[in-house]
Design a protein around this ligand. Structure first.
Ligand code: SF4
Length: 158
């Protein structure tokens, strides 16, 4: 039937609108599941922060085992931090966000202080943008960003 054929051609050609206007969209990635279940998906965490966090946990175990005072513990930890190594040692995909001469632009929606600790272009809070699921386009869960919603409200009241 011609109607069915037309339908199937249209379905095949149907393109989703990019999700840029959605509050869960960050640099081509989708934050919806992370916002619903914060911290649940370990694979989305920055590997460098995870490794540093693991090292700190091991250190706390030692502090407890040897009953170290806070002062001694702090002194030892400061020394250990200097030997944690460059983030590149922990992650092959590290890209410096603050390369003095040639700093790449931060992805939209990512604030400079969010990359400060690891200094990687791909970090967002403790998440790695490269690991988050890709946004496939506007979906049933689309929610406009606040600034878009506010602008729309403004137009409605004009
Ligand atoms: S690419 Fe960057 S944000 Fe991602 S795991 Fe590596 S250091 Fe962390």
């Amino acid at each position: 039937m011609p109607g069915c054929r037309l339908n199937s051609i249209m379905t095949r050609r149907l393109l989703h609108f990019p999700g840029q206007g959605c509050r869960y969209y960050v640099h081509g990635r989708c934050l919806l599941e992370e916002r619903r279940n914060p911290g649940l998906e370990l694979a989305w965490r920055c590997r460098v922060l995870q490794s540093w966090g693991d090292a700190y946990d091991r250190f706390l175990d030692q502090v407890e085992a040897f009953s170290l005072s806070d002062e001694t513990a702090m002194r030892i930890w400061k020394r250990r931090m200097q030997h944690l190594g460059h983030p590149r040692q922990w992650c092959d995909e590290f890209v410096p966000a603050f390369d003095a001469d040639n700093a790449p632009e931060l992805p939209s929606g990512v604030a400079a202080d969010e990359v400060a600790s690891v200094g990687c272009l791909h970090i967002l809070e403790d998440l790695c943008l490269k690991e988050l699921p890709a946004c496939a386009g506007v979906c049933a869960y689309f929610e406009p960003r606040r600034e878009h919603a506010a602008a729309e409200d403004g137009h409605r009241h004009e």
